[in-house]
Write a protein that binds this ligand. Structure first.
Ligand code: NDP
Ligand SMILES: O=C(O)[C@H](O)CS(=O)(=O)O
Length: 491
């Protein structure tokens, strides 16, 4: 645990994983704009001062990436796969230290951080294997003297902007397919959590990923970096994970270059419990879905709809289980819920609770400030939630579980789909006909059936409507970093 006498370095088996300089073209460099502070969300202490790169330094990283990419693309898929496997192995060998760094800067419980390191590493492993399987095709000619080929080639330099909630996996979910495809990569991590990204660079260098192929440009000015990424003609791919609002800004900025964009944006996930569900399983699933990362994920249940006949039973069983959840410093030992990332995040949750109460909801657990103070909050459950309350249209991004009561299948499908978002959705039911019909009717990119956790590298993760563009993970994920070339031969 961090305190006045214990700093982050002393908690690490390999302190060299804690880097605060930028990693550009294979060199560790100071920021031309000085440094910015990284805080520990549990205690508020400054744990590191990290290089604040300038826009010129970002441009330099892009230029170096362009040079490196031309060589990297000449490597065979197998050669790329081999160094990516080493990167994966190093991530797993250093899982404890990477997790400690993550919890120190992001706050999630150590066990969740360890889980994220394995999840993040799985994208490097999976796409390293995919590097050997990037296939083109031949197509029967349209004339007797024509032969048609289709080639898949790397798009070039990819730039990435990622959020603080998954400081490792959101980067590797992009860098994995990018590097496997033969692209070079410039990563701009969230200002709250740059240390995890820089630790990834340390291991990429050790794995033998060539200088300039993987670059990390931490900065305190997100918009300046975003503009360089969008306006620099060398960048041909922008990949973003974050809020829909910022996604819109970046899409508008990238339009001038007609840049290929992947957008993993906000969500407002419905979690539906039908009267034929296994209620105990649904309670377990709701807890995992709602309170993972303290509710700070884009796929967390944001609205929990329970059919009238089982509403009170579900509410009481959920309340009893959540009341047992332990809140505390993620580094301090067995806790279920760490701090939220900032005080601003707390204020948003409190705003949603106050709004619900003003409109008639009943708080059956939590709701008040936590005795630990700071960024800690009691997990909260409200009954009597209705569609006019703020959490029905806004992502809470915190430990608030609003319980809505519904009567019929048609009613709940209409309410669940009544949002601009379309990322993840979940429901619990046993009847096969109902399962099939509801899965078809939900307007979301992801549907979890009798499960609250859907995250895996082997499946296509992404949203519809205003939750995003493109897919990450699965064999589909690498297509985001490839261009298709049609070759017509006259023979
Ligand atoms: N679909 C998905 O997979 C995910 C979606 N999200 C969504 O993101 C939100 C929470 O994460 P949060 O970090 O607050 O989201 P933000 O969109 O505020 O930030 C995401 C990233 O974008 C950067 N950024 C902010 N403004 C700009 C800009 N004008 N130009 C370029 N970059 C910018 C941020 O930098 P800085 O931190 O320095 O401000 C951060 O690195 C929620 O809405 C959540 O649903 C989050 C994770 C995953
Ligand atoms: O940032 C997020 O919320 C992640 O995309 C969710 S997951 O992929 O870790 O489930």
């Amino acid at each position: 645990m961090l305190d006045e006498t214990t700093n982050l370095t002393s908690l690490l088996k390999d302190p060299s994983l804690l880097q605060t300089q930028a990693y550009i073209g294979g060199q560790w460099v100071d920021g031309d704009d000085g440094t910015f502070d990284v805080d520990n969300p549990a205690r508020g202490d400054v744990i590191a001062k990290v290089a604040d790169v300038s826009r010129l330094q970002v441009a330099d990283a892009i230029a170096q990436a362009q040079i490196a990419q031309k060589e990297w693309a000449k490597w065979t898929g197998k050669e790329r796969a081999n160094v990516m496997r080493k990167w994966f192995d190093l991530m797993m060998a250093n899982q404890d230290d990477l997790a400690t760094i993550m919890t120190a800067e992001q706050g999630k419980p150590l066990a969740e951080s360890k889980g994220e390191i394995a999840y993040g590493a799985s994208f490097v492993e999976f796409f390293g294997e995919q590097a050997k399987r990037i296939y083109g095709e031949t197509i029967p000619g349209h004339q007797r003297d024509k032969r048609i080929m289709v080639m898949k080639q790397p798009i070039g330099v990819a730039a990435s902007i990622t959020p603080w909630n998954f400081p490792n996996a959101m980067i590797t979910r992009k860098a994995g397919p990018a590097l496997a495809a033969g692209c070079a990569f410039v990563a701009r991590p969230a200002s709250e959590t740059p240390l995890s990204a820089l630790a990834l660079a340390v291991l990429a260098e050790r794995a033998g990923i060539p200088a300039g192929v993987f670059n990390v440009v931490p900065s305190n000015s997100a918009s300046e970096v975003g503009k360089e990424f969008c306006e620099n003609p060398i960048v041909r791919k922008l990949t973003f994970t974050g809020s829909t609002g910022v996604g819109r800004i970046l899409l508008a900025q990238a339009a001038d270059q007609v840049m290929k964009c992947s957008m993993e944006l906000g969500g407002n996930a419905p979690f539906i419990v039908f009267d034929d569900a296994d209620i105990d399983a649904a309670v377990e699933g709701a807890i995992m879905c709602k309170f993972r990362n303290n509710g700070q994920t884009c796929v967390c249940a944001n609205r929990i709809y329970v059919q009238a006949g089982v509403y009170d039973e579900f509410a009481e069983k959920l309340r009893a289980k959540v009341a047992e959840m332990k809140v505390g410093d993620g580094l301090a030992g067995e806790v279920d819920l760490g701090p939220l990332i900032t005080r601003k995040a707390i204020d948003k949750v409190q705003e949603h609770i106050a709004d619900a109460k003003d409109k008639g909801a009943e708080v059956i657990l939590g709701g008040e400030d936590h005795e630990l103070g700071g960024n800690f909050l009691h997990p909260t459950i409200v009954k009597g939630a209705t569609q006019d309350m703020k959490f029905s249209t806004e992502e809470t991004f915190g430990p608030l579980a609003p319980l809505f009561k519904f009567e019929t299948e048609d009613d709940v499908i209409e309410m669940a789909n009544d949002t601009i978002f379309g990322l993840a959705s979940y429901f619990y039911a046993k009847d096969l006909s109902r399962v099939y019909k509801v899965a078809e009717a939900l307007e979301y990119g992801i549907v979890g059936v009798n499960t609250g956790i859907i995250s895996t590298e082997v499946a296509p993760f992404g949203g519809v409507k205003q939750s995003g563009l493109g897919r990450e993970g699965s064999h589909h994920g690498i297509e985001e970093y490839l261009e298709m070339k049609y070759v017509c031969l006259s023979v």
